[in-house]
Design a protein around this ligand. Structure first.
Ligand code: TTP
Ligand code: MN
Ligand code: MN
Ligand code: MN
Length: 366
């Protein structure tokens, strides 16, 4: 037994955007369990429960040492009754019985397999399961009509479920830069998402494109996509135009956390290096790539919004709204008290407006 005096107590802020969360996680046994339950909740459209588990997992990720006793958790925020029960189970028994039974369940396994198809979300997967479809084999023989994204997702299933490496992300970055240079000189490409936070692998590669002269970026995406297509780099693409100007709900208050930038969800055909050639002798692999175009005036907000993590972003918006009476989006920051937009050209300025200490991308891994 560990005596009261020996346990290290932690002092941790309640919003993830007030904390520094690196990739160095001292409690992966606990965060893996909580993340799996968060994922399961999300797959079942239980969003409130999903966020509660995500917040608990993020809090555990931010602790500076390994937790060995429940008494160390006294007074910590973000840990609800359910999360504490899961943590206790892991600390006492090495595993959480709820996590183990979830992992074994037919429904969870099917949801994982089916939502592993690009273009298939929780709702579609649920409908298929209710029709008796639990795996890819059953889906292929079911006669279900698949949309263009789903067809592509099924075709490249294995590649798209293989983590993307930083080397592959950099190779794609060079292609995107070349595409952008070819269609509009002076355009800039920034790597965002998990790779900007220092992750070594990801499920996709995210890029933000802009031009230093405001307005020059208009219509850029279709040109970039046409260039990529002409060079044979795209296996799939769906471009959505910018809907920011015509939105009625005001720039900083999008209806959902989906932003309104001109964007392209794509699947790249990436030629493998000699070292990466596999036994199958396939000389290329499919990689999910997200491209987003932002005007330079919104660039700092777009970089901040697209760097993640998803929970860090959610917490920034919650902090802005609840603590500062401001509305933050990937386009702008609006001060509801002063009734005005706050301009920024860097992420540092945005944190300053929000009254938050600046957290660099590598410490936003909440
Ligand atoms: P993701 O690419 O989904 O996540 P990630 O890069 O952090 O992790 P992974 O390595 O698995 O790819 O999203 C990146 C960021 O983009 C995320 O912080 C949220 C933001 N984003 C939006 O702002 N709007 C959107 O519509 C989507 C899909 C993401
Ligand atoms: Mn450490
Ligand atoms: Mn990503
Ligand atoms: Mn993405």
């Amino acid at each position: 037994q560990i005596s009261e005096a020996e346990v290290a107590l932690f002092s941790v802020s309640s919003y993830a955007c007030q904390r520094r969360t690196t990739l160095d996680n001292h409690n992966s046994n606990l965060t893996d369990a909580l993340s799996l339950l968060a994922e399961n909740a999300e797959l079942n459209n239980e969003d409130g429960r999903g966020v509660a588990f995500r917040r608990a997992a993020a809090l555990m990720k931010a602790l500076p040492t390994q937790v060995i006793s429940m008494s160390q958790l006294r007074g910590l925020p973000c840990l609800g009754e359910h999360s504490l029960r899961v943590i206790k189970d892991v600390l006492e028994n090495g595993v959480s019985s709820e996590v183990e039974s979830t992992k074994q369940s037919k429904r969870y396994k099917a949801l994982k397999i089916l939502t592993g198809i690009f273009g298939v979300g929780a709702k579609t997967a649920d409908r298929w399961i209710r029709e008796g479809i639990y795996n890819l084999e059953q889906l292929r023989h079911s006669g279900q009509t698949l949309n263009r994204a789903q067809k592509s997702g099924l075709e490249h299933y294995d590649d798209l479920n293989e983590p993307v490496t930083k080397a592959e992300a950099d190779a794609i970055g060079e292609i995107v830069q070349k595409a952008v240079d070819s269609v509009l000189t002076g355009s800039q490409v920034a790597l965002t998402g998990g790779f900007r936070r220092g992750k070594l692998t990801g499920h996709d590669v995210d890029f933000l494109i802009t031009h230093p002269e405001e307005g020059k970026e208009v219509g850029l995406m279709p040109k970039v996509v046409a260039w990529l297509e002409s060079q044979g780099f795209l296996l799939y693409q769906k471009t959505t135009r910018n809907s920011y100007l015509e939105s009625k709900d005001g720039p900083a208050r999008p209806a959902s956390n989906m932003d309104r930038f001109e964007r392209c969800f794509s699947i790249f055909k990436l030629t493998k290096g000699k070292e990466q050639e596999t036994a199958s002798h396939k000389i290329w692999r499919a990689v999910r790539v997200d491209l987003v175009v932002s005007p330079i005036s919104q660039f700092a907000f777009a970089v901040l919004g697209w760097t993640g993590s998803k929970l860090f972003e959610r917490e920034l918006r919650r902090w802005a709204g609840h603590e500062k009476n401001m509305s933050l989006s990937s386009h702008a920051l609006f001060d509801n008290t002063q009734n005005k937009y706050l301009r920024a050209t860097s992420e540092e300025e945005i944190f300053a407006y929000l009254g938050l200490e600046y957290i660099p991308p590598s410490e936003r891994n909440a």
